[in-house]
Design a protein around this ligand. Structure first.
Ligand SMILES: Cc1ncc(C[n+]2csc(CCOP(=O)(O)OP(=O)(O)O)c2C)c(N)n1
Length: 627
């Protein structure tokens, strides 16, 4: 049977639909996005929550002339379907396919690339100011969730926008959820706003009741009127947005198309900064996602009937971190843990449940998370800050200014370091080795398997004093035999010693973290192909780097290749070059991400496309060094 959706080739086609047809369209969109994400994986619950809102926005506004900026951008699947990309949804997040986030290179309807939370209002305000300077008249709309609104950046932008004269519409998509339940002061303000109609009605009810009281009743109403402003302040919490300069509209039910479109029409005609508060349900229309919006926030391919992921998940580094931090915190009461809205992602849910008074979820506020840790360290706690590598980019100054410069004992656990895959360029954790290496006093460790992580975490908390980073990737561990005993590894860490895993005379392969397995495979290939004996060294610590072990290996082999899951500029390659620079006749070849942003796709395909799989690396080494 032909669907209404089949007729929608661009948002313009929405204008031929009446309200009833638009409602049917929403149902079709929901079914389609569930079917799409069940195959590709992705951010399902957030998209189900904005079906009506996305249709209403494209119906009311004249896109792409009017500009919609999506915060985070993980909720743009419906937008993609409506803006001519329906037939490519099967390629979503796949190598060479559609991105899971807005991409200006993908469509003229994608106005601004996002991925990290909290950027939409700043970008929208910039666009609005640019429009005003050239006297253009398009509308600018920022769509931001209540989770993303906890970002420092978003609050900075509200502060600026509120005092500006620019016409700007901020749509607040409030589902009371970040990935987990949204918490903090902003969340409680919004929860009061959500029940605002109750306050309004109760106000009317009180007026009605007191007007029946003879003499005194009228007097009370007069008094109520006179005190209206202050009562509004005390009773109606929307004054927060109004006081900082926004016209506040709402709250409106984000699944009631008629009211939503009417509200957006009103917002369209208002001057200056306007905030439209839209209440939505995360996961709306798919029971499994409504019941477990956190599980369906970002999900792997799943069975629609059962609501379960198809592949049973393997134990990953986050789970290993989770086990070990709980183990260590049980005996060490000084250990506290901090997350920026990613408790389950980074593996802190068990810690939260077991040591609740030592757990802090600061919401999407990485900068605050780091300086909060600095304060805790000053107070003699040992803070462990677990944040994804790419999100930690936000807090660079805080690491330097608040932690490292004061030599505070803070343990940074950078999860999702290296390529993360399907989430793409904004989420690839490829910069931390380079940016971390520049910071004086910061020690940087990278485990190659779970055993290393467990001992490194113990070392970072119990033995080391000062700022320290542990970086590890998304996913499970590679299998190989441990050559160092646990005790030997402890000694290596204490002495900043690299691990010489296998001796050789023809080439030194230096790897960091989980690229170790690739190094082993390259060594095997070179042995088979050229008969080379390859020395394989895992640095364990990038900073300080074990100069003497590396130096004597380089002097022996003269040929060196580095392999890292990070940008080669500023990372392991550069660090090794600094040693080789003083050694005559030593040549170094670097394998990593060379001055590029790595797009989305499965990690294996991405690496192969960049020449970072074992076969390509071995071939390049042969070409470069074989004479
Ligand atoms: C700087 C940064 N930190 C963390 C994240 C991970 N993250 C992606 S979406 C999200 C929650 C967003 O909640 P909200 O804005 O309310 O959108 P919803 O999914 O609930 O619609 C988080 C924490 C991120 N994208 N960027």
């Amino acid at each position: 049977m032909k669907k209404i959706l089949d007729e929608i080739r661009s948002p313009r086609d929405l204008h031929f639909l009446g309200l009833t047809e638009q409602k049917v369209l929403c149902k079709e969109l929901r079914d389609e996005v569930i079917a799409d994400v069940a195959k590709t994986g992705g951010h399902l619950a957030s998209n189900l929550g904005v079906v009506e809102l996305t249709v209403a926005l494209h119906y009311v506004f004249n896109t792409p002339y009017d500009k919609i900026i999506f915060d985070v951008g993980h909720q743009t699947y419906i937008h993609k379907i409506l803006t001519g990309r329906r037939d490519k949804m099967a390629t979503l997040r796949q190598f060479g396919g559609l991105s899971g986030f807005p991409k200006t290179s993908e469509s003229e309807y994608d106005v601004f690339n996002t991925g990290h939370s909290g950027t939409s209002i700043s970008a929208a305000l910039g666009l609005a100011r640019a429009r005003d300077i050239v006297h253009d008249d398009y509308k600018v709309i920022a769509l931001i969730g209540d989770g993303a609104l906890t970002s420092g950046m978003a609050l900075e932008a509200l502060n600026d926008a509120g005092s500006s004269d620019s016409d700007l519409i901020v749509i607040l998509n409030d589902n009371a959820m970040s990935i987990d339940k949204n918490t903090g002061g902003m969340a409680s303000l919004l929860s009061k706003l959500r029940t605002k109609s109750f306050y309004r009605n109760s106000n009317r009810y009180i007026k009605k009741v007191v007007s029946y009281i003879p003499f005194l009743g009228k007097w009370i109403i007069k008094l109520v009127r006179r005190l209206k402003h202050s009562i509004k302040h005390f009773i109606l919490p929307n004054m927060f947005f109004e006081d900082i300069g926004f016209k506040y509209l709402g709250p409106v039910d984000g699944h009631d198309l008629e009211s939503l479109e009417a509200m957006l029409e009103r917002a369209k005609d208002l001057k200056g900064p306007v905030l439209v508060h839209v209440k939505t349900t995360k996961g709306k229309g798919y029971q499994f996602a409504e019941d477990n919006p956190d599980k369906f926030h970002g999900i792997a391919p799943f069975d629609i009937e059962k609501g379960e992921v198809l592949k049973s998940p393997v134990k990953d580094f986050s789970a290993c971190f989770s086990e070990n931090i709980c183990r260590i915190a049980k005996d060490n009461q000084r250990v506290v843990a901090i997350t920026a809205a990613m408790a389950s992602g980074v593996g802190l849910s068990a810690f939260k449940n077991t040591f609740n008074n030592r757990f802090f979820d600061v919401e999407i506020a990485e900068q605050h998370a780091v300086t909060l840790a600095a304060g805790l360290a000053m107070g003699n706690m040992i803070p462990v800050v677990a944040i994804y590598s790419s999100f930690m980019q936000r807090a660079y100054d805080q690491i330097i200014h608040d932690v490292a410069m004061q030599d505070l004992h803070v343990v940074f656990c950078l999860d999702r370091a290296g390529l993360v895959g399907a989430d793409g360029a904004t989420h690839q954790g490829i910069f931390d080795l380079a940016y971390g290496r520049l910071i004086p006093k910061l020690k940087i460790l990278a485990p190659k398997n779970f055993r290393d992580l467990s001992i490194m975490l113990e070392y970072a908390i119990e033995d080391h004093i000062g700022p320290i980073v542990l970086r590890y990737p998304r996913g499970g561990e590679d299998l190989f035999e441990n050559h160092l005993s646990d005790e030997e590894l402890r000694v290596h860490l204490k002495n900043n010693q690299a691990e010489v895993y296998q001796n050789g005379a023809d080439l030194t392969l230096v790897s960091i973290g989980t690229m170790f397995k690739t190094a082993l495979e390259v060594a095997t290939l070179l042995k088979k192909d050229l008969g080379w004996s390859v020395e394989v060294i895992d640095v364990l610590s990038l900073k300080p780097l074990d100069q003497s072990t590396l130096k004597s290996s380089f002097e022996k082999t003269k040929k060196v290749a580095t392999i890292e899951d990070g940008t080669i500029i500023g990372g392991l390659y550069d660090a090794v070059l600094e040693i080789a620079n003083y050694l005559p006749d030593v040549k170094v070849l670097g394998f990593g991400y060379d001055d590029i942003y790595v797009e989305h796709g499965d990690v294996k395909s991405l690496r192969a496309s960049l020449g970072l799989d074992a076969t390509s690396i071995a071939a390049k080494i042969k070409e470069h060094f074989y004479d």
